[in-house]
Write a protein that binds this ligand. Structure first.
Ligand SMILES: [Zn+2]
Length: 111
């Protein structure tokens, strides 16, 4: 006698198949190129304590030094009128303004 059982029905070892598939992630749509403000157009007003002349400087003419505290944070430039080196303290707003305008920033890392 041969019975049909014993191998006819497979034990439920098969992993339950879910209908979920690894859907390919939709590629992020390319962001439209927004107009970036040209850095060369940014001018900063400054005045010289030596010759007391006021002028406008572009980002390349300024240097920003950011120290650990507000006392050691300043910006410097060379007066185009009298050629004197000018150094002025820079507050947070000025730092943001200068860095946002593309002024080269130098970090002073002191202990
Ligand atoms: Zn000057």
């Amino acid at each position: 006698m041969s019975d049909g059982t014993g191998g006819g029905t497979a034990p439920a070892e098969c992993p339950p198949q879910t209908g979920l598939r690894a859907a390919p992630e939709p590629e992020s749509t390319e962001a439209p190129a927004s107009e970036e403000s040209p850095q060369s157009a940014v001018l900063f007003r400054a005045n010289c304590p030596h010759c007391r002349s006021s002028f406008e400087l572009d980002a390349a003419a300024l240097r920003l030094a950011v120290g650990g505290s507000s006392r050691t944070t300043f910006y410097s430039f060379t007066c185009p009128s009298c050629d004197e080196a000018v150094r002025k303290p820079a507050g947070e707003r000025i730092v943001e303004l200068l860095t946002g305008g593309g002024v080269p920033t130098m970090r002073l890392t002191g202990r």
